[in-house]
Ligand binder design. Structure first.
Ligand code: CP
Length: 308
């Protein structure tokens, strides 16, 4: 199967088969991590530019490692020290980067749809590394990869996404990917953070934590994104933790082999207790490692590759 897309902008627009193709290739690339030389020549001569208008630890770093393991040249464009600070527009900035010779632009931006705008206007392949609260496709893919690795598949699996769904690009990308792959999704949290419109995406909506996680095979916790909230959507962080924070005691309500996931950064003691974050059910750091393999697969397939 050939991956038909030039850009990776959303998981909404990918088919189940295309998502499975990415996961299959990521599995092949993960095998490279056990070698003494963790490098293949696939993207030799290509240039990947990381263009992050919002902060990032995991996504930016793992795209850099992924591109380097594929032998690409990598430029980390620092928005805070660039001419963006003198008022240069997004398109002028990106046209300048292209004139310097980019083949891939990995972009994070606070504005939903910014990667789509770029994809229409430039020659480089565009990868969405998070556009406001809209989508974070490679996070959705690495979450799916991790679930498949740990659970063997998706059919009939109960996945609970718990926390600030309204402001979460991770929630949207997870829902698109996991429902296409056959999982059943519950979104859970305070009603003010659960958009009713999500019912149209085929998910169950639940405000009672115990009820939400009772049959959960996977609980994917989300950070409360105070930076995106324009008004108070719950009384206080303390109140949120009292009602929805996942502790060891509450984890007993879920299945014995439940997986605990979190895209990071985590707020210890808020949405997740330190014991749960570091406990035996947690695959949070495995998600980070898998992010490199998934991003290698995405870069490879966008460059015209077929199979691992
Ligand atoms: N998961 C995620 O996007 O983390 P960063 O913001 O650190 O990239």
């Amino acid at each position: 199967m050939i991956f038909q897309h030039k850009h990776l902008l959303t998981l909404e627009e990918l088919s189940r088969e295309e998502i499975e193709l990415i996961l299959e290739n990521a599995k092949g690339f993960k095998e490279i991590f056990t070698r003494s030389i963790k490098k293949v020549p696939t993207l030799r001569g290509k240039t990947v530019v990381n263009l992050f208008y919002e902060n990032s630890t995991r996504t930016r770093t793992s795209f850099e490692i992924a591109a380097k393991r594929l032998s690409a040249d990598v430029i980390n464009f620092s928005v805070s020290t660039s001419s963006v600070q003198k008022g240069e527009s997004l398109l002028d900035t990106v046209h300048t980067i292209e004139a310097l010779g980019s083949d891939f632009i990995v972009m994070r931006h606070s504005c939903p749809g910014a990667p789509q705008l770029l994809a229409r206007r430039i020659k480089s392949a565009v990868i969405n590394a998070g556009d406001g609260p809209h989508e974070h496709p490679t996070q959705g893919l690495l979450d799916a990869f991790t679930i498949k690795e740990m659970k063997g598949g998706f059919e009939g699996l109960n996945v609970v996404i718990l926390g600030d769904i309204t402001h979460s690009r991770v929630a949207r990308s997870n829902i698109w990917a996991l429902t296409k792959l056959g999982a059943k999704i519950t979104i859970a949290g305070p009603s003010t953070l659960l958009p009713k419109s999500f019912a149209r995406l085929g998910v169950r909506i639940c405000t009672d934590l115990r009820e939400a996680i009772r049959d959960a095979d996977v609980i994917n916790l989300l950070r409360i994104q105070l930076e995106r909230q324009r008004k108070n959507l719950f009384p206080s962080i303390r109140e949120y933790t009292l009602l929805y924070g996942l502790t060891e005691e509450r984890l007993k309500w879920a299945k014995k082999d439940v997986l605990i996931m979190h895209p990071g950064p985590i707020n210890r003691g808020v949405e997740i207790s330190p014991e749960v974050a570091d406990g035996k059910h947690s695959v949070i750091l495995r998600q980070v490692t898998n992010g490199v393999a998934v991003r290698m697969a995405v870069l490879y397939l966008l460059s015209g590759g077929e199979e691992a």
